[in-house]
Design a binder for this molecule. Structure first.
Ligand code: BG6
Length: 480
């Protein structure tokens, strides 16, 4: 659904090298023809732009199938024998480990032992892509890093977090550091709080239950995608745009990030599980515990919300709220930066409706990075409503990708695959960054017994208890 259509799109744009072969390795008894036919179908179904028959046919000519069980050394020996035919297979190699996490280390070890991994600095390069989850807790993330680094140089490992390949996510840095007007106010003096939401309407479709029940929302979304968004919106400006400078700044801000625990862990974290009910489209859906391949007694969360603080000069005292969940009201990923209200409430006034009167207060300015869908950036500002009185109303200034550039945005995988071919690790996660991410959430994993999940109905915004995280803050979740 993702990789082959992405490779096909890069092929169409002429971004792949002139000579390339894609070898699929798996246990099933396919041959090149069956594999190509299968891929052609999925490319036609899932490509972001219409895939013409002849272009797909040309592309799949580059695809081969190799049967082998990659948990056994023989698979690597046979693969090596095949790749030695340099007439067909170029010397630069990118291994994409689209495998269960327990195979990361054995696969890399056997690739190395078979001599399939070239030393860095030689005439040909070898790179390895692995996809999250990178470990299951801090300890196991460290162990995985150690194991991978026994066989590979850090410069050969590309840990993929597909959020970083999203156009709108990359734009956070450009927006912050290519414009002089926002950066001076991006700090504790002007910002009240920041909230990051990644809500999804899906549940455990497509056989995901087994994996998900073992990991849950915290490990599946927070320790990677959400913390990466947090880094981009709060990190200091790097000295240059090299991968190293950017990773250094991210690690610094992650190291300063802590759960905002006052007394108990539950002041800073809450977890939820969806119940059976109507989803956002009015369709009856199963509860989390009744889903396929989910332990009916499971206490894995399908929703999690947390409150963090960043203990540095820029952000001290600014609450950072994150939440993510499945089966929520709408698919949306957004970052909301809420500014403080002006120090003097000049425009405060009393508005009455019969005998019910309310003091209307100015709404704070809000800057919203809409990551998906309706990709764009929105700034809410107060302006005078036309008329005889001074009534200030909240209006929005917005930029949308679709209104500005009339073309479909590249899929995250397109960008990331091309970057790997070019050896650019900027949009990948470095080993110390992964460990810093786990360090932030480790106290939650240590106290799961105090964080039993609350139940929430599908089609809404998760558990109401997530509102408590706003204690002492002038604000609430933007969508609720
Ligand atoms: C994946 C998670 O990394 O990201 C999934 O494993 C989640 O559970 C997905 O659905 C969300 O990605 P996107 O790009 O649809 O926001």
């Amino acid at each position: 659904r993702k990789l082959m259509p992405a490779l096909f799109m890069t092929y169409l744009q002429g971004l792949l090298p002139e000579r390339f072969v894609i070898v699929g390795v798996a246990r099933r008894d396919y041959d090149d023809a069956t594999f190509r036919a299968m891929l052609s179908e999925s490319i036609k179904t899932f490509s972001r732009l219409p895939a013409k028959e002849d272009a797909v046919a040309q592309f799949v000519e580059h695809v081969r199938y190799h049967r082998g069980d990659i948990s056994t050394p023989e698979a690597y020996e046979e693969l090596k024998a095949r790749l030695e035919d340099t007439e067909v297979y170029p010397g630069n190699r990118l291994f994409y480990l689209s495998v269960i996490p327990s195979l990361f280390e054995p696969a890399v070890r056997m690739l190395k032992q078979t001599g399939l991994i070239a030393k860095p600095g030689g005439p040909h390069w070898t790179r390895v892509i692995i996809e999250k989850p990178f470990g299951k807790d801090l300890e196991r993330a460290r162990a995985l890093n150690r194991a991978l680094l026994c066989h590979l140089d850090e410069s050969q490992i590309y840990r993929m977090d597909h959020y970083l390949g999203k156009e709108t996510v990359q734009n956070i840095l450009s927006f912050r550091f290519a414009n002089a007007i926002f950066e001076p106010v991006f700090n504790r003096s002007y910002i009240d709080h920041i909230q990051i939401t990644a809500a999804e309407t899906v549940g455990m479709e497509m056989g995901r239950g087994g994996y998900y029940d073992e990991y849950g929302a915290l490990r599946d979304m927070v320790t990677n995608h959400l913390l990466q968004l947090l880094c981009l919106v709060t990190m200091e400006a790097p000295g240059d745009l090299s991968a190293e400078s950017i990773h250094n700044e991210k690690v610094k801000v992650l190291n300063a990030t802590k759960l905002d625990i006052r007394k108990n862990i539950s002041d800073a974290v809450c977890r939820g599980q969806y119940s059976e009910g109507m989803d956002s489209e009015g369709k009856r859906v199963k509860g989390y515990l009744e889903e396929n391949r989910i332990d009916p007694e499971s206490d894995t969360e399908s929703f999690v919300a947390l409150r963090l603080s960043i203990n540095n000069w820029r952000w001290a005292g600014v609450p950072i709220l994150l939440r993510t969940g499945k089966r929520m009201a709408r698919k949306t990923t957004e970052i909301v930066v809420q500014f403080k209200v002006p120090p003097l409430q000049l425009f405060q006034q009393v508005e009455c409706d019969d005998d019910v009167c309310d003091i209307t207060r100015i709404k704070p300015n809000t800057l919203i990075f809409q990551i998906q869908p309706n990709e764009g950036i929105l700034l809410r500002v107060g302006t005078k409503r036309p008329g005889m009185r001074f009534v200030v109303e909240d209006v929005k200034m917005d930029f949308s990708y679709s209104g500005t550039w009339n073309k479909s945005l590249p899929e995250a995988y397109e960008r990331l695959l091309i970057d790997t071919l070019h050896g650019d690790a900027t949009l990948f996660t470095r080993s110390d960054e992964v460990e810093a991410e786990w360090r932030v959430v480790q106290p939650i994993l240590d106290h799961l017994d105090q964080l039993r999940p609350y139940v929430y109905p599908p089609g809404e915004w998760g558990i109401p208890e997530a509102d408590w995280l706003f204690h002492g803050v002038e604000g609430e979740w933007r969508n609720k």
